[in-house]
Write a protein that binds this ligand. Structure first.
Ligand code: AGP
Length: 612
């Protein structure tokens, strides 16, 4: 949840670090710091504020540094204060390090280091233990000291370490927390995520769990746990610097909402024949017999990815006829679920680094269940630990509130359902053809949906909604998971307390919350239950609820003139969640902008939750 960066080379070190940290602030932004390495000593500068504040503090610092490390924090252990900010140093201040992750056995190590080895601790963090541990083992070989320290540690870490005695050298270690090395000419980089590197290089090496690296400006050496040199492929990033910037939009979130037609098209590309609607998923290799014997699918995920899974359940059951259970990963991993080999686990994760989802993945794998990952980040932990991966090609998603990744997860689940249906029973039924044809039209329909008139219409509704501190989303059947996602989006960026209910559930309690003017967003896109949903909406209106309908153009005659209705383009009903979700995203976005909240970096949240 923190952003880390390291650099050694010919450029102005502090400038590279600050630039990289700015691009990593979406990972955590409650405090920041850098350590700059001169020919003799390390200079550590930290602040309990933003990277901009840190930049101010570095202005007068002469720049004759050989290497440096920088960190932007999202506190887990120790409040966001200057002393708890990274980098953390050893007693003699000749070792400094930055860390992303959690050291689970930090208390016992701290006790040993302070009581038996005489180390003096400055902060309340788990991380500082590492600086003293490395100092304890240091005998003029930083790599060896880091390896020895890592062997003592339990937990997750992406680590970059400097020693004042080894000018120009950075040593890194990775366990359960992302770390990428960027390769350059007479310079090299290391960072927790791609945006920090893109301005300088597209050639990267992804460090895996248990691996170490020794980096100087002219050399990158990789080592395994045993300290043997290993070789790894260079991975070329296809994203450009621009995609890391806002592309002219006020917020990354709006840019990413507007990128959804492309994100869905790219995710369908080479997998859906836009002529015939035929689906080929070459990256998957499920055999007929395996799928025929499949008794059950578990979908495991968190947050928005979990909501995509709820839509996936409907589609997979309807098209492939396989029973699907969708679980919140943080609950699944401690629920002792009934697992056996005739099941498949689909884990969904935009970042591919969410700790609870990763743990759920490892749990089912340990019981011999095959795991298929749907993720957006190549080389992420989930992608490397799953048996098979279906990547969403949504591109880099920076805003904490997930939008284009969610829509591309839905697209991936539609493809997967057609693939399983075809493998299990052939695509005889009309629904499969309707879906395939609908998918072909989807990118174009999304583009249409995101036209200016629609944006203005939604913005007008949000002027009213923004005045409230609570709101409700209701829907039935396939509309209910979208109502849940809409409520999550509004909650996480506008801080309005929004709740989603299955419309049929209202009269069993939630209806008590409806009073004059309370905003209720009702989603009705499914013909076979339209009347049921509309009668629930009447119950709300009867208690003074102020209803905003999201429905299909085809259902217009069911509504009176003047009723607040947003009409979606007509598409296959099974595909409507993709279109209705976009409207709920825009409602959250414009309401948050009107309420002045920090849209891309909402309080208390982070883009990738790498601790449980
Ligand atoms: C969604 O807007 C949130 N950022 C959050 O709920 C997110 O979906 C959840 O943390 C899962 O993240 P993942 O898809 O990267 O695993």
């Amino acid at each position: 949840m923190c952003g880390i960066i390291g650099y050694t080379g010919y450029r102005e070190v502090s400038a590279v670090l600050i630039d990289g940290l700015k691009k990593l602030e979406y990972r955590g932004y409650d405090s920041a710091g850098v350590a700059l390495q001169g020919s003799e000593k390390l200079v550590v500068t930290k602040t309990a504020g933003s990277v901009d504040g840190l930049k101010e503090m570095l202005i007068n610092l002469a720049d004759s540094h050989l290497a440096g490390i920088g960190h932007t924090r999202w506190a887990t252990h120790g409040r966001p204060t200057e002393v708890n900010a990274h980098p953390h140093s050893s007693c003699c201040e000749d070792i400094a390090l930055i860390h992303n992750g959690i050291i689970e056995n930090h208390s016992s190590l701290k006790k040993w280091l302070s009581e038996e080895a005489g180390h003096v601790f400055r902060s309340d963090t788990d991380t500082e233990v590492l600086a003293h541990l490395i100092e304890e083992y240091y005998e003029n070989d930083l790599l060896l000291a880091v390896r020895k320290a890592a062997a003592k540690v339990k937990g997750s870490y992406a680590l970059v370490v400097l020693s004042a005695k080894e000018p120009g050298r950075m040593v890194c270690a990775r366990q359960d927390s992302p770390l990428i090395i960027g390769l350059g000419e007479r310079e090299n980089f290391v960072a927790s995520d791609i945006p920090a590197l893109l301005a300088y290089t597209k050639d990267t090496i992804i460090l895996e769990d248990g691996e170490f690296a020794s980096i100087t400006k002219n050399d990158v050496q990789l080592y395994n746990q045993e300290g043997n040199i290993i070789h790894k492929d260079v991975f070329k990033i296809t994203w450009d610097v621009e995609s890391a910037e806002k592309g002219g939009y006020e917020h990354f979130m709006l840019k990413e909402i507007m990128e959804q037609p492309v994100a869905v098209r790219e995710t369908l590309r080479q997998r859906l024949d836009m002529e015939t609607g035929e689906v080929t998923l070459d990256e998957l290799d499920f055999n007929q017999e395996e799928l025929a014997n499949l008794e059950k699918i578990y979908i495991l995920a968190c947050g928005t990815a979990y909501h995509a899974g709820l839509v996936g359940k409907f589609i997979l059951e309807k098209l492939a006829g396989i029973p699907v259970e969708v679980d919140v990963a943080s609950e699944f991993r401690y629920r002792d679920p009934i697992i056996n080999k005739n099941q498949l686990a689909i884990v969904i994760s935009q970042s591919g680094e969410t700790a609870d989802t990763l743990a759920a993945l490892r749990l089912v794998k340990s019981k011999g269940v095959k795991v298929l990952a749907i993720t957006n980040v190549v080389g992420s932990s989930v992608s490397r630990e799953a048996d098979q991966v279906l990547y969403t090609w949504a591109g880099l998603e920076i805003a904490v509130a997930s939008t284009k990744a969610y829509l591309s997860q839905l697209a991936a689940l539609y493809l997967l359902s057609l693939y399983f249906a075809d493998k299990r029973s052939g695509l005889a039924n009309n629904l499969a053809h309707e879906l395939a044809a609908g998918l072909v039209a989807l990118p174009g329909q999304l583009k249409l949906l995101l036209n200016d008139d629609n944006l203005q219409e939604i913005k007008r509704y949000c002027e009213k909604l923004a005045k409230w501190d609570r709101a409700f989303f209701v829907g039935r059947n396939l509309d209910f998971p979208v109502a849940m996602e809409g409520a999550l989006k509004l909650k996480e960026i506008s801080y309005i307390h929004a709740e989603a209910y299955a419309a049929g559930e209202l009269k069993h309690g939630p209806l008590a919350l409806i009073e004059e003017g309370v905003p209720v967003i009702a989603i009705a896109t499914q013909k076979h239950i339209l009347e049921k949903t509309l009668s629930n909406v009447q119950e709300v209106k009867a208690r003074g609820g102020d209803v905003f309908m999201i429905t299909k153009k085809a259902f217009a005659e069911s509504f009176k003139k003047g009723e607040a209705c947003f009409y979606l383009p007509d598409s296959a009903e099974i595909l409507m969640p993709v279109l209705s979700a976009v409207v709920t995203q825009l409602i959250a976005y414009y309401t948050a902008v009107i309420r002045g909240s920090s849209v891309d970096k909402p309080r208390n949240l982070a883009k990738s939750v790498t601790v449980e």
